[in-house]
Design a protein. Structure first.
Length: 70
C-alpha cells in the first residue's frame, strides 16, 4: 500500500500596493546595457571625478529630462 501525500497550498501573502511606500523613499532599479567603449569612458570619468557610475548616470538622466521638458 502506497503512502499518499497531499500538498497544501502556500498561505496567501498580503498584497502590497504601490502607495504603501512613498515613491521618493523607494528607489527603482534600472539596467542599462552599454557598449565597451562607452562603459570604459564612464568608468574613467567616474574615477577621475571620484564619483560612482550611479551618480553620473543619475545626473545625466536628470539633465536630459530637464532639457527635453519631461
Amino acid at each position: 500500500m502506497a503512502i499518499r501525500r497531499t500538498t497544501r497550498p502556500a498561505p496567501a501573502r498580503p498584497r502590497r500596493t504601490l502607495t504603501s511606500v512613498p515613491a521618493e523613499t523607494k528607489p527603482v532599479a534600472l539596467t542599462v546595457k552599454l557598449d565597451s567603449e562607452t562603459y570604459v569612458r564612464l568608468c574613467t570619468l567616474g574615477a577621475t571625478q571620484r564619483r560612482t557610475n550611479q551618480d553620473l548616470l543619475k545626473e545625466a538622466v536628470h539633465d536630459y529630462l530637464d532639457r527635453v521638458g519631461a
